[in-house]
Design a protein around this ligand. Structure first.
Ligand code: EPU
Length: 421
């Protein structure tokens, strides 16, 4: 198992390119199941979650081939209808084949994902929505068994909570349903718009994505599509914090500033200078970071996926910042590890009170999930001495060569094999 060894204290300088969005790629790859024609998604990052999706699609008889980030998905011979436990337990996004499989084959057997390090994360809303579309759902032996032998029928679906994955699953399922579907209280994340754009390129009739009410008029078949992926907005924010926390000066390329407004707003309040340039967005870190409160919300609010990284930045100022997590009930696992680096953080319910210190001190720490590991890497960039982030495989699920990008900007990072006792 690999660990990341970071010698802190280097200012990050230079330019780097943000990779394609993981959370847009995963549903889009699943959406390609909806057609027997080949589809091409361009600019797909080389990530562990993408490899896991390839494994899952392979089990379904779908061929996926990649050439320098351009991925061709061919579901002509779609034969399987099962997403097995071994795959869904390692990547919850495996449940995103549920909607497409029921829509195309009239049945699906998908493992329930089970618990997760950051919260309970049920999929009740996905199932409630599919039932509304006429699918018969049973839960048996840890699996969701969904059937709609006569096809799905359009309906009004009103989510109790705006769920990203639920909106994606139902959006995909409804494209081939008979008649009109309305998804109310839909999630508005840019990844939903990216999926809708992809589905439209496949011939789907969708309006209202990006708002909380999406209307889908079912069609009888979809065809192949060929589109580029949007940039990863969470990697964008993470690299912005990396520049800010090291008093760096970095030009980020392949950025959609309109999709990271809430993050940019908070980072500017913290003292970072973030300005568009011809060839990207320049990010300059302040001499002294200012304390800022932040509260996570569904898009367009401040994303939960940036909470841990923002907290790392808040550890090194001379004020008090309150970081409140409202989306997931257990997303403070990084706090104990940041405390081992000298951070002063006190948790009260859903809020973390972060009292800034002038510096953090390098230490061995443990990554517990994807964004927590990013937060520890960021803390390591500014800490005095050496930080060793163990279980770094969490980072590789969702960041493409983050260490190589940081090294190119001047960070002192290496990978080593983790000692086992
Ligand atoms: N929820 C329910 N019932 C459901 C679905 C969700 O109660 O049926 C609750 C969840 O428990 C949570 C809230 O609704 O409290 C939001 O969950 P959502 O379904 O929106 O999250 P998700 O689709 O499982 C995606 C991202 C996450 C990101 C969240 C929130 C992907 C593959 N994952 O998860 O990304 O945190 O939306 O924005 O798109 C990450 O990249 O690190 C990551 C965890």
């Amino acid at each position: 198992m690999d660990k990341m060894v970071i010698r802190g204290g280097e200012r990050l300088l230079g330019q780097t390119r943000v990779s394609g969005s993981k959370n847009a790629a995963l549903p889009i790859l699943c959406a390609a199941i909806l057609t027997p024609e080949p589809c091409t998604l361009r600019g797909v990052p080389a990530l562990r979650d993408i490899r896991t999706t390839r494994l899952l699609l392979d089990r379904l008889g779908v061929k996926m081939s990649a050439d320098a980030g351009d991925v061709v998905i061919d579901a002509k011979n779609l034969s399987g209808h099962e997403a097995p436990y071994e795959i869904v337990k390692t990547m919850r996004a495996g449940v995103l084949v549920l909607g497409p499989l029921v829509a195309r084959l009239g049945r699906a057997r998908v493992s329930l994902p089970g618990g997760c390090a950051i919260g309970a994360r049920p999929i009740d809303q996905h199932l409630k929505g599919l039932e509304k579309l006429g699918a018969h759902i049973r839960l048996e032996h840890g699996y969701v068994e969904a059937e709609a032998p006569q096809g799905l029928k359009g309906a009004v679906i009103n989510f109790d909570v705006p769920t990203v994955g639920g909106t994606e699953n139902l959006l995909m399922a409804a494209t081939l349903a008979q008649g009109k579907t309305v998804i109310a209280n839909a999630a508005r994340e840019p990844e939903i718009e990216a999926l809708a754009e992809w589905l439209r390129a496949m011939g789907a009739k969708i309006d209202g994505d990006g708002t909380d009410e999406i209307t889908i008029r079912g069609v009888t078949e979809l065809h192949g599509a060929d589109l580029p992926l949007i940039p990863d907005r969470i990697e964008t924010g993470t690299l912005m914090v990396a520049a800010g926390i090291t008093q760096g000066n970095v030009l980020l390329q392949n950025v959609r500033l309109d999709q990271v407004e809430a993050v940019v707003d908070k980072l500017r309040q913290a003292g970072l200078v973030i300005e568009p340039e011809n060839d990207g967005v320049r990010v300059v870190g302040p001499h002294k970071v200012r304390a800022v409160d932040v509260r996570t919300h569904p898009y367009p609010g401040f994303p939960t996926d940036m909470q841990a990284q923002f907290m790392a930045l808040m550890c090194i100022n001379d004020g008090l910042s309150v970081v409140t997590e409202t989306i997931f009930e257990n997303r403070f696992m990084h706090v104990l590890e940041l405390q081992r680096m000298g951070a002063s953080i006190h948790i009260e319910g859903r809020s973390a009170m972060v009292r800034g210190t002038p510096f953090l001190s390098g230490a061995p720490v443990m990554a517990t999930d994807l964004r927590a590991s990013a937060s520890l890497v960021l803390a390591g960039l500014t800490a005095e001495g050496v930080t060793e982030v163990q279980r770094i495989y969490h980072l590789d699920r969702g960041y493409e060569r983050l260490d190589d990008k940081l090294i190119a900007l001047g960070a002192k990072i290496s990978r080593a094999t983790q000692d086992t006792v």
